[in-house]
Ligand binder design. Structure first.
Ligand SMILES: Nc1ncnc2c1ncn2[C@@H]1O[C@H](COP(=O)(O)OP(=O)(O)OP(=O)(O)O)[C@@H](O)[C@H]1O
Ligand SMILES: [Mg+2]
Length: 394
Protein backbone atom coordinates (compact mmCIF):
# COMPACT_ATOMS: atom_id res chain seq x y z
CA UNK A 1 0.00 0.00 0.00
CA UNK A 2 1.36 3.44 -0.83
CA UNK A 3 1.72 6.04 1.86
CA UNK A 4 -1.05 8.03 0.25
CA UNK A 5 -3.65 5.31 0.55
CA UNK A 6 -2.73 4.84 4.20
CA UNK A 7 -3.41 8.47 5.03
CA UNK A 8 -7.09 9.11 4.97
CA UNK A 9 -7.96 12.12 2.89
CA UNK A 10 -9.23 15.04 4.93
CA UNK A 11 -12.87 16.07 4.65
CA UNK A 12 -13.11 19.58 3.19
CA UNK A 13 -15.50 21.74 5.20
CA UNK A 14 -16.66 25.34 4.97
CA UNK A 15 -18.36 27.19 7.83
CA UNK A 16 -21.08 29.81 7.29
CA UNK A 17 -23.29 31.78 9.69
CA UNK A 18 -22.72 32.32 13.39
CA UNK A 19 -24.01 31.24 16.79
CA UNK A 20 -22.83 31.06 20.37
CA UNK A 21 -19.90 28.72 20.78
CA UNK A 22 -19.00 28.73 17.09
CA UNK A 23 -15.64 30.45 17.37
CA UNK A 24 -14.33 27.90 19.93
CA UNK A 25 -15.65 25.07 17.80
CA UNK A 26 -14.16 26.37 14.57
CA UNK A 27 -10.75 26.78 16.23
CA UNK A 28 -10.92 23.15 17.32
CA UNK A 29 -12.07 21.98 13.88
CA UNK A 30 -9.31 24.01 12.21
CA UNK A 31 -6.74 21.95 14.09
CA UNK A 32 -8.41 18.58 13.62
CA UNK A 33 -6.38 16.03 11.66
CA UNK A 34 -9.38 14.61 9.77
CA UNK A 35 -10.70 17.93 8.49
CA UNK A 36 -9.55 20.66 6.19
CA UNK A 37 -11.29 23.86 7.17
CA UNK A 38 -11.39 25.60 3.79
CA UNK A 39 -12.85 28.85 5.11
CA UNK A 40 -15.45 30.64 7.16
CA UNK A 41 -17.82 33.52 6.44
CA UNK A 42 -20.68 34.86 8.52
CA UNK A 43 -22.73 35.87 5.48
CA UNK A 44 -23.26 33.02 3.04
CA UNK A 45 -22.91 35.29 0.00
CA UNK A 46 -19.48 36.52 1.11
CA UNK A 47 -18.26 32.96 0.73
CA UNK A 48 -19.56 32.60 -2.84
CA UNK A 49 -16.13 32.12 -4.41
CA UNK A 50 -15.03 29.43 -1.97
CA UNK A 51 -18.41 27.69 -1.88
CA UNK A 52 -18.62 27.10 -5.64
CA UNK A 53 -16.80 24.50 -7.66
CA UNK A 54 -18.02 21.30 -6.07
CA UNK A 55 -14.81 20.74 -4.08
CA UNK A 56 -16.38 20.97 -0.61
CA UNK A 57 -17.58 17.83 1.14
CA UNK A 58 -19.68 19.43 3.87
CA UNK A 59 -20.98 22.83 4.96
CA UNK A 60 -21.43 23.71 8.61
CA UNK A 61 -24.04 26.42 8.91
CA UNK A 62 -24.48 28.06 12.32
CA UNK A 63 -27.71 29.86 13.15
CA UNK A 64 -28.96 31.96 16.04
CA UNK A 65 -32.52 31.56 14.89
CA UNK A 66 -34.82 29.07 16.59
CA UNK A 67 -36.54 28.46 13.24
CA UNK A 68 -35.07 26.81 10.19
CA UNK A 69 -32.84 29.34 8.34
CA UNK A 70 -34.56 28.69 5.02
CA UNK A 71 -33.05 31.68 3.19
CA UNK A 72 -29.50 30.83 4.20
CA UNK A 73 -29.91 27.21 3.18
CA UNK A 74 -31.27 28.33 -0.19
CA UNK A 75 -28.30 30.71 -0.57
CA UNK A 76 -25.83 27.90 0.16
CA UNK A 77 -27.60 25.72 -2.39
CA UNK A 78 -26.99 28.32 -5.10
CA UNK A 79 -23.30 27.57 -4.76
CA UNK A 80 -22.89 23.96 -3.68
CA UNK A 81 -24.67 20.64 -3.33
CA UNK A 82 -22.44 19.58 -0.42
CA UNK A 83 -24.38 18.24 2.59
CA UNK A 84 -25.29 20.86 5.18
CA UNK A 85 -24.89 20.28 8.91
CA UNK A 86 -26.77 22.87 10.99
CA UNK A 87 -25.37 24.17 14.25
CA UNK A 88 -27.53 26.01 16.73
CA UNK A 89 -27.11 27.10 20.32
CA UNK A 90 -29.59 27.05 23.13
CA UNK A 91 -33.16 25.86 22.96
CA UNK A 92 -33.64 25.35 19.23
CA UNK A 93 -35.59 22.13 19.47
CA UNK A 94 -38.29 23.41 17.09
CA UNK A 95 -35.56 23.64 14.52
CA UNK A 96 -34.84 19.93 14.84
CA UNK A 97 -38.33 18.97 13.69
CA UNK A 98 -38.27 21.30 10.71
CA UNK A 99 -34.77 20.32 9.67
CA UNK A 100 -35.77 16.68 9.33
CA UNK A 101 -37.92 17.59 6.34
CA UNK A 102 -35.46 20.05 4.86
CA UNK A 103 -32.34 19.66 2.79
CA UNK A 104 -30.17 19.34 5.90
CA UNK A 105 -28.02 16.33 6.71
CA UNK A 106 -27.83 16.79 10.47
CA UNK A 107 -28.49 19.25 13.31
CA UNK A 108 -26.26 19.71 16.33
CA UNK A 109 -26.96 21.85 19.36
CA UNK A 110 -23.86 23.50 20.80
CA UNK A 111 -21.87 22.99 22.94
CA UNK A 112 -20.72 19.63 21.60
CA UNK A 113 -17.54 17.62 21.89
CA UNK A 114 -15.39 18.35 18.86
CA UNK A 115 -15.28 14.63 18.05
CA UNK A 116 -19.08 14.51 17.83
CA UNK A 117 -19.06 17.34 15.31
CA UNK A 118 -16.29 15.71 13.27
CA UNK A 119 -18.24 12.46 13.27
CA UNK A 120 -21.39 14.23 12.04
CA UNK A 121 -19.41 15.96 9.29
CA UNK A 122 -17.80 12.73 8.09
CA UNK A 123 -21.11 10.91 8.17
CA UNK A 124 -22.84 13.67 6.23
CA UNK A 125 -20.08 13.90 3.64
CA UNK A 126 -20.23 10.16 3.12
CA UNK A 127 -23.99 10.18 2.67
CA UNK A 128 -23.52 13.18 0.34
CA UNK A 129 -21.96 10.82 -2.15
CA UNK A 130 -25.38 9.28 -2.67
CA UNK A 131 -27.64 11.04 -5.10
CA UNK A 132 -31.17 12.12 -4.24
CA UNK A 133 -32.72 8.84 -5.40
CA UNK A 134 -30.44 6.98 -3.00
CA UNK A 135 -28.19 5.45 -5.65
CA UNK A 136 -24.50 5.57 -4.89
CA UNK A 137 -22.98 8.36 -6.92
CA UNK A 138 -20.48 7.41 -9.56
CA UNK A 139 -17.20 6.47 -8.02
CA UNK A 140 -15.03 6.32 -11.12
CA UNK A 141 -11.57 7.70 -10.58
CA UNK A 142 -10.76 10.74 -12.69
CA UNK A 143 -7.17 11.05 -13.84
CA UNK A 144 -6.47 14.28 -15.72
CA UNK A 145 -3.29 14.71 -17.76
CA UNK A 146 -2.24 18.34 -18.05
CA UNK A 147 0.74 20.43 -19.06
CA UNK A 148 0.95 24.16 -19.71
CA UNK A 149 3.18 23.50 -22.74
CA UNK A 150 2.31 21.88 -26.05
CA UNK A 151 4.22 18.81 -27.16
CA UNK A 152 5.32 17.71 -23.67
CA UNK A 153 3.63 14.32 -23.99
CA UNK A 154 0.11 14.74 -22.58
CA UNK A 155 -1.60 12.76 -25.33
CA UNK A 156 1.10 10.10 -25.39
CA UNK A 157 0.68 9.70 -21.63
CA UNK A 158 -3.15 9.75 -21.69
CA UNK A 159 -3.48 7.23 -24.54
CA UNK A 160 -0.87 4.80 -23.22
CA UNK A 161 -2.09 5.00 -19.64
CA UNK A 162 -5.72 4.44 -20.59
CA UNK A 163 -4.84 1.53 -22.91
CA UNK A 164 -2.90 0.01 -20.03
CA UNK A 165 -5.80 0.41 -17.55
CA UNK A 166 -8.17 -1.26 -20.00
CA UNK A 167 -5.94 -4.06 -21.26
CA UNK A 168 -3.49 -4.91 -18.46
CA UNK A 169 -5.67 -4.05 -15.49
CA UNK A 170 -9.05 -4.97 -16.96
CA UNK A 171 -10.62 -1.70 -15.81
CA UNK A 172 -13.68 -0.22 -17.43
CA UNK A 173 -11.96 2.85 -18.83
CA UNK A 174 -13.00 6.01 -20.68
CA UNK A 175 -10.55 8.27 -22.45
CA UNK A 176 -12.03 11.74 -22.71
CA UNK A 177 -10.32 14.12 -25.13
CA UNK A 178 -10.66 17.64 -23.78
CA UNK A 179 -8.10 19.11 -26.12
CA UNK A 180 -11.28 20.46 -27.69
CA UNK A 181 -9.74 22.31 -30.63
CA UNK A 182 -6.91 20.06 -31.76
CA UNK A 183 -7.48 16.78 -29.95
CA UNK A 184 -5.55 13.87 -31.40
CA UNK A 185 -6.18 11.09 -28.88
CA UNK A 186 -8.38 9.17 -31.35
CA UNK A 187 -5.80 9.32 -34.12
CA UNK A 188 -3.04 8.12 -31.78
CA UNK A 189 -5.22 5.09 -31.06
CA UNK A 190 -6.00 4.51 -34.75
CA UNK A 191 -9.69 5.18 -34.24
CA UNK A 192 -11.91 6.94 -36.75
CA UNK A 193 -14.91 7.84 -34.66
CA UNK A 194 -18.40 8.53 -36.02
CA UNK A 195 -19.34 10.61 -33.02
CA UNK A 196 -17.53 13.10 -30.82
CA UNK A 197 -18.10 14.92 -27.54
CA UNK A 198 -19.72 17.71 -29.54
CA UNK A 199 -22.45 15.37 -30.85
CA UNK A 200 -23.04 14.16 -27.30
CA UNK A 201 -23.40 17.56 -25.65
CA UNK A 202 -25.59 19.00 -28.43
CA UNK A 203 -27.93 15.99 -28.59
CA UNK A 204 -31.40 16.72 -27.14
CA UNK A 205 -32.53 15.27 -23.80
CA UNK A 206 -30.98 14.48 -20.45
CA UNK A 207 -27.53 12.90 -20.39
CA UNK A 208 -27.42 9.51 -18.67
CA UNK A 209 -25.14 6.45 -18.81
CA UNK A 210 -27.10 4.82 -21.66
CA UNK A 211 -26.84 7.94 -23.75
CA UNK A 212 -23.12 8.29 -23.06
CA UNK A 213 -22.61 4.70 -24.21
CA UNK A 214 -24.17 5.60 -27.56
CA UNK A 215 -21.50 8.21 -28.28
CA UNK A 216 -18.26 6.49 -27.30
CA UNK A 217 -16.09 4.40 -29.65
CA UNK A 218 -14.50 1.14 -28.51
CA UNK A 219 -10.79 0.41 -29.02
CA UNK A 220 -9.55 -3.18 -29.40
CA UNK A 221 -8.24 -3.09 -25.79
CA UNK A 222 -11.79 -2.51 -24.53
CA UNK A 223 -11.03 1.15 -23.87
CA UNK A 224 -13.85 3.56 -24.75
CA UNK A 225 -12.99 6.95 -26.17
CA UNK A 226 -15.02 10.12 -26.42
CA UNK A 227 -13.07 12.15 -28.99
CA UNK A 228 -12.69 15.91 -29.38
CA UNK A 229 -14.90 17.74 -31.91
CA UNK A 230 -13.76 17.31 -35.51
CA UNK A 231 -13.74 21.04 -36.27
CA UNK A 232 -11.86 23.43 -33.93
CA UNK A 233 -14.67 26.01 -34.09
CA UNK A 234 -17.06 23.53 -32.45
CA UNK A 235 -15.01 23.47 -29.25
CA UNK A 236 -17.06 26.26 -27.70
CA UNK A 237 -20.22 24.13 -27.80
CA UNK A 238 -18.71 22.04 -25.01
CA UNK A 239 -19.56 24.34 -22.13
CA UNK A 240 -18.50 24.09 -18.51
CA UNK A 241 -22.01 23.11 -17.39
CA UNK A 242 -22.32 20.35 -20.02
CA UNK A 243 -18.96 19.02 -19.04
CA UNK A 244 -19.75 18.98 -15.32
CA UNK A 245 -22.77 16.77 -16.06
CA UNK A 246 -20.78 14.59 -18.46
CA UNK A 247 -18.16 13.94 -15.78
CA UNK A 248 -20.84 12.97 -13.26
CA UNK A 249 -22.35 10.45 -15.68
CA UNK A 250 -18.95 9.11 -16.73
CA UNK A 251 -18.12 8.43 -13.08
CA UNK A 252 -21.23 6.27 -12.83
CA UNK A 253 -20.37 4.25 -15.93
CA UNK A 254 -16.61 3.82 -15.64
CA UNK A 255 -14.06 2.72 -13.06
CA UNK A 256 -11.51 5.15 -14.41
CA UNK A 257 -11.74 8.19 -16.65
CA UNK A 258 -8.53 9.50 -18.21
CA UNK A 259 -8.80 13.09 -19.45
CA UNK A 260 -6.43 14.48 -22.09
CA UNK A 261 -6.26 18.28 -22.13
CA UNK A 262 -4.96 21.33 -23.97
CA UNK A 263 -2.34 23.60 -22.44
CA UNK A 264 -4.88 26.06 -20.97
CA UNK A 265 -6.92 26.56 -17.82
CA UNK A 266 -10.21 27.23 -19.64
CA UNK A 267 -13.77 26.68 -18.38
CA UNK A 268 -14.09 23.00 -19.32
CA UNK A 269 -10.70 22.31 -17.74
CA UNK A 270 -11.87 23.97 -14.48
CA UNK A 271 -15.05 21.86 -14.49
CA UNK A 272 -12.84 18.79 -14.89
CA UNK A 273 -10.51 19.83 -12.09
CA UNK A 274 -13.48 19.89 -9.71
CA UNK A 275 -13.89 16.17 -10.32
CA UNK A 276 -10.23 15.22 -10.67
CA UNK A 277 -8.73 12.69 -8.27
CA UNK A 278 -5.23 12.68 -9.78
CA UNK A 279 -3.82 15.54 -11.79
CA UNK A 280 -0.82 14.31 -13.74
CA UNK A 281 1.23 17.38 -14.53
CA UNK A 282 3.61 16.60 -17.40
CA UNK A 283 6.98 18.33 -17.25
CA UNK A 284 10.08 18.04 -19.41
CA UNK A 285 13.72 18.95 -19.06
CA UNK A 286 13.48 22.34 -20.80
CA UNK A 287 13.63 25.60 -18.85
CA UNK A 288 10.47 27.20 -20.39
CA UNK A 289 8.43 24.08 -19.64
CA UNK A 290 9.68 23.98 -16.06
CA UNK A 291 8.86 27.67 -15.61
CA UNK A 292 5.31 27.14 -16.87
CA UNK A 293 4.78 23.98 -14.81
CA UNK A 294 5.81 25.99 -11.76
CA UNK A 295 3.27 28.67 -12.67
CA UNK A 296 0.62 25.96 -13.10
CA UNK A 297 1.35 24.65 -9.61
CA UNK A 298 0.78 28.17 -8.28
CA UNK A 299 -2.45 28.54 -10.24
CA UNK A 300 -3.71 25.23 -8.90
CA UNK A 301 -3.04 26.49 -5.39
CA UNK A 302 -4.99 29.67 -6.08
CA UNK A 303 -7.85 27.49 -7.30
CA UNK A 304 -7.67 25.59 -3.97
CA UNK A 305 -6.97 22.38 -5.83
CA UNK A 306 -5.73 19.90 -3.18
CA UNK A 307 -1.92 19.69 -3.48
CA UNK A 308 -1.82 15.99 -2.67
CA UNK A 309 -3.73 15.23 -5.86
CA UNK A 310 -1.06 16.77 -8.09
CA UNK A 311 1.51 14.29 -9.41
CA UNK A 312 4.35 15.57 -11.55
CA UNK A 313 5.55 13.35 -14.40
CA UNK A 314 8.97 13.99 -15.84
CA UNK A 315 8.71 12.93 -19.48
CA UNK A 316 11.81 12.13 -21.53
CA UNK A 317 13.57 11.95 -18.16
CA UNK A 318 16.71 10.32 -19.55
CA UNK A 319 17.40 12.99 -22.17
CA UNK A 320 20.91 14.30 -21.92
CA UNK A 321 20.22 18.01 -22.03
CA UNK A 322 22.28 19.39 -19.15
CA UNK A 323 19.49 19.31 -16.58
CA UNK A 324 18.94 16.79 -13.79
CA UNK A 325 15.83 15.56 -12.01
CA UNK A 326 16.95 17.16 -8.72
CA UNK A 327 17.25 20.56 -10.36
CA UNK A 328 13.72 20.26 -11.74
CA UNK A 329 12.38 19.31 -8.31
CA UNK A 330 14.17 22.27 -6.72
CA UNK A 331 12.81 24.66 -9.34
CA UNK A 332 9.27 23.31 -8.97
CA UNK A 333 9.51 22.94 -5.17
CA UNK A 334 7.70 19.71 -5.78
CA UNK A 335 8.67 16.04 -6.00
CA UNK A 336 8.64 14.20 -9.29
CA UNK A 337 6.31 11.24 -8.85
CA UNK A 338 6.86 9.43 -12.13
CA UNK A 339 9.68 9.34 -14.64
CA UNK A 340 9.05 8.30 -18.23
CA UNK A 341 12.09 7.82 -20.45
CA UNK A 342 12.50 9.13 -23.95
CA UNK A 343 12.15 6.13 -26.21
CA UNK A 344 12.29 5.70 -29.98
CA UNK A 345 9.34 3.34 -29.83
CA UNK A 346 7.07 6.28 -28.92
CA UNK A 347 7.22 8.31 -32.19
CA UNK A 348 7.20 5.04 -34.15
CA UNK A 349 4.07 3.95 -32.33
CA UNK A 350 2.45 7.37 -32.78
CA UNK A 351 2.94 7.09 -36.53
CA UNK A 352 1.48 3.59 -36.55
CA UNK A 353 -1.51 4.75 -34.49
CA UNK A 354 -0.92 2.09 -31.87
CA UNK A 355 0.12 3.05 -28.32
CA UNK A 356 3.71 2.00 -27.56
CA UNK A 357 2.63 0.25 -24.38
CA UNK A 358 0.77 -2.20 -26.66
CA UNK A 359 3.17 -2.37 -29.62
CA UNK A 360 6.35 -2.55 -27.52
CA UNK A 361 5.32 -3.64 -24.04
CA UNK A 362 8.87 -4.66 -23.13
CA UNK A 363 10.39 -1.28 -24.00
CA UNK A 364 11.62 1.03 -21.23
CA UNK A 365 8.72 3.33 -22.04
CA UNK A 366 6.20 0.47 -21.85
CA UNK A 367 7.55 -0.58 -18.48
CA UNK A 368 7.43 2.95 -17.08
CA UNK A 369 3.81 3.41 -18.16
CA UNK A 370 2.74 0.07 -16.66
CA UNK A 371 4.42 0.96 -13.36
CA UNK A 372 2.69 4.34 -13.33
CA UNK A 373 -0.68 2.69 -14.07
CA UNK A 374 -0.20 0.23 -11.20
CA UNK A 375 0.72 3.00 -8.77
CA UNK A 376 -2.27 5.10 -9.77
CA UNK A 377 -4.74 2.21 -9.55
CA UNK A 378 -3.30 -0.36 -7.16
CA UNK A 379 -4.61 -3.92 -7.47
CA UNK A 380 -7.51 -4.72 -5.11
CA UNK A 381 -6.62 -5.66 -1.53
CA UNK A 382 -6.05 -9.38 -0.90
CA UNK A 383 -9.50 -9.81 0.65
CA UNK A 384 -10.90 -8.75 -2.72
CA UNK A 385 -13.45 -6.37 -1.21
CA UNK A 386 -12.23 -3.26 -2.92
CA UNK A 387 -12.13 -2.98 -6.64
CA UNK A 388 -10.78 0.52 -6.77
CA UNK A 389 -10.25 3.47 -4.50
CA UNK A 390 -12.83 6.22 -4.42
CA UNK A 391 -12.31 9.80 -3.36
CA UNK A 392 -12.08 9.11 0.34
CA UNK A 393 -10.08 6.01 -0.17
CA UNK A 394 -13.27 4.08 0.42
N1 LIG B 1 8.69 9.60 -23.78
C1 LIG B 1 8.77 9.95 -25.06
N2 LIG B 1 9.75 9.45 -25.85
C2 LIG B 1 9.84 9.79 -27.14
N3 LIG B 1 9.00 10.62 -27.77
C3 LIG B 1 8.00 11.16 -27.06
C4 LIG B 1 7.81 10.84 -25.67
N4 LIG B 1 6.73 11.52 -25.23
C5 LIG B 1 6.27 12.21 -26.28
N5 LIG B 1 7.02 11.99 -27.39
C6 LIG B 1 6.82 12.57 -28.74
O1 LIG B 1 6.41 13.90 -28.62
C7 LIG B 1 5.32 14.17 -29.47
C8 LIG B 1 4.36 15.09 -28.75
O2 LIG B 1 3.71 14.39 -27.71
P1 LIG B 1 2.17 14.61 -27.39
O3 LIG B 1 1.39 14.72 -28.63
O4 LIG B 1 1.78 13.58 -26.42
O5 LIG B 1 2.26 16.03 -26.68
P2 LIG B 1 1.06 16.89 -26.11
O6 LIG B 1 1.52 17.41 -24.80
O7 LIG B 1 -0.19 16.14 -26.15
O8 LIG B 1 1.01 18.08 -27.16
P3 LIG B 1 -0.21 19.05 -27.54
O9 LIG B 1 -0.28 20.07 -26.44
O10 LIG B 1 0.20 19.64 -28.83
O11 LIG B 1 -1.44 18.22 -27.62
C9 LIG B 1 4.70 12.82 -29.80
O12 LIG B 1 4.29 12.75 -31.12
C10 LIG B 1 5.75 11.80 -29.50
O13 LIG B 1 6.32 11.32 -30.70
MG1 LIG C 1 -2.04 16.46 -27.07
Amino acid sequence: MTLETQIREKTRVFITGNCEGLSELSDALGHHSELELVGKTEQVREGAGALTGGHLQAILHATRSSALPVDEIAAIREYTQAPIVLLASGEASALLEEALDADVADVLLLPQLTENVVFAIRKASHAGRRSKDGRLRGNGRVITVFSPKGGTGKTVTATNLSACFAKNQGKKTLLLDLDLQFGDAAIMLGIEPDKTIQDLVTAPGELDPEKLAGYTTRHSTGLDILPAPIRPEDAELVTEAKLARLMEVAKESYEVIVVDTSPFFHGPMLATLDQTDDLLLVCGLEVPTIKNVRLSLQTLQLLSFPTERVKVILNRSNSNVGMKKGEVEAALESKIRFEVPSDRVVPLAVNRSNPAVLSDPKSDFGRAVREMAKTLLPAPAANGKRRFLGKNGS
